[in-house]
Design a protein around this ligand. Structure first.
Ligand code: UDB
Ligand code: ZN
Length: 187
């Protein structure tokens, strides 16, 4: 079982690498890694388990954050408008379009790989379109798809995608943003 101690921190060189493509068909090792990553994120949203294991309530995790420099991540994030939960295990994603229109998380972004006290405002595209391989973690099935995301799941996707490029939110954060509207939760 993965724990927060397995999540490497800013300063570790792996976080700055460009992650490598995952070879398909998926190896048992890579499948198990992705499954373990999803387990950590899901567990981190369970109040009992966050207390028991001292987890930070998380909405996504990329493989480089557990010191595996491969293009994989998982997301478990609610849409701020509909409440719909976006649960994705993704391999070899490629964002093929970023909307011109930008937004940012009003409360700022943090990162499991950055000191808990540090948050910052990060400009993100309002909508993205990505080519992905989606992994069904129950059946091990892989589906190629083109997905469109907006709102909070779109922001999480862009944040995790940046990890695969060796980019952290601290590289992009701005002190003030006043030319675009923030994305707000629960309104
Ligand atoms: C997170 N959680 O998991 F606005 F329902 C962050 C941490 C670093 C604070 C744990 C988070 O943003 N939760 C959240 C925010 C909301 C509404 C809500 C839950 N990450 C994941 C990460 O570091 N992945 O690499 C950081 C997020 C910042 C923006 C997107 C990902
Ligand atoms: Zn992060």
């Amino acid at each position: 079982m993965l724990l927060m101690k397995d999540v490497i921190q800013d300063g570790h060189p792996t976080l700055r690498l460009r992650a490598k493509e995952v070879e398909l068909p998926l190896s048992d090792e890579d499948f198990n890694t992705l499954k373990d990553m999803m387990e950590l994120v899901v567990n981190s949203q369970n109040e009992e388990l966050t207390e028991k294991y001292n987890l930070r309530p998380s909405v996504g995790l990329a493989a480089p954050q557990i010191n595996i420099s491969k293009k994989m991540f998982c997301i478990v994030a609610p849409h701020e408008k509909t409440g719909q939960l976006y649960k994705l295990a993704v391999i070899n994603p490629k964002i093929i379009s970023f909307s011109e229109e930008k937004t940012y998380l009003g409360g700022g972004e943090g990162c499991l790989s950055v000191d808990e006290e540090i948050t910052g405002l990060v400009r993100r595209s309002k909508r993205i379109k990505a080519r992905v391989n989606l992994v069904n973690l129950e059946t091990r099935e892989i589906t190629k798809a083109v997905i469109k995301l907006n709102g909070f799941p779109g922001i999480v996707f862009q944040h995790e995608y940046d990890h695969l490029l060796g980019v952290l939110f601290v590289d992009k954060m701005e002190e003030y943003i006043s030319d675009i509207e923030p994305l707000q939760f629960g309104e």
